[in-house]
Ligand binder design. Structure first.
Ligand code: FES
Ligand code: FES
Length: 157
């Protein structure tokens, strides 16, 4: 048995210690908002926050986060920064198919919790999650909005 703290609640799971956190969330706890994409830490679909820092849960052994605060998309709006990110995502109509978006929201929330006014370079460095629908410009616009920055100038429109 491993005891975890997920979204502020204690949860006990019967899992091997090296089981990826993603599978514990999805298969053992039924928290399917966190998505499986690549399984090799490349795409970011599985992003959650561990003690406030975005982390790819597909390569995170569950035993390594037994004493951490785990936050998933299901509770991101309980975080004041997360709530503003979700609001901006809606305002800017970021999602297309939506598959990558829970991970994108977690990455943006983690970034903005650690750096309230990120530069474009900061956003590019932090937001490495992939989006097959190409929502990158909308993501940047939403992050800039939460940070209180003016919309980026479009060139060559
Ligand atoms: S599923 Fe974890 S990074 Fe792709
Ligand atoms: S919105 Fe479709 S993969 Fe990102």
């Amino acid at each position: 048995m491993i005891e975890l703290t997920i979204n502020g609640q204690k949860r006990r799971v019967d899992a091997e210690g090296d089981t990826p956190l993603l599978w514990v969330l999805r298969d053992d706890l039924g928290m399917t908002g966190t998505k499986y994409g690549c399984g090799i830490a490349q795409c970011g679909a599985c992003s959650v926050m561990i003690d406030g820092t975005v982390t790819r849960s597909c390569v995170t052994p569950v035993e390594s986060v037994a004493s951490a605060q785990i936050t998933t998309i299901e509770a991101v709006e309980a975080d004041p920064v997360g709530a503003r990110v979700v609001e901006a995502w809606v305002k800017h109509q970021v999602p297309q198919c939506g598959y990558c978006q829970s991970g994108q929201v977690m990455a943006a929330t983690s970034l903005l919790k650690q750096n309230a006014r990120p530069s474009d370079a900061d956003v590019e460095a932090a937001m490495t999650n992939l989006c097959r629908c190409g929502t990158y410009n909308a993501i940047k616009a939403a992050v800039r909005d939460v940070a209180g920055l003016a919309p980026a100038q479009e060139h060559g429109a």
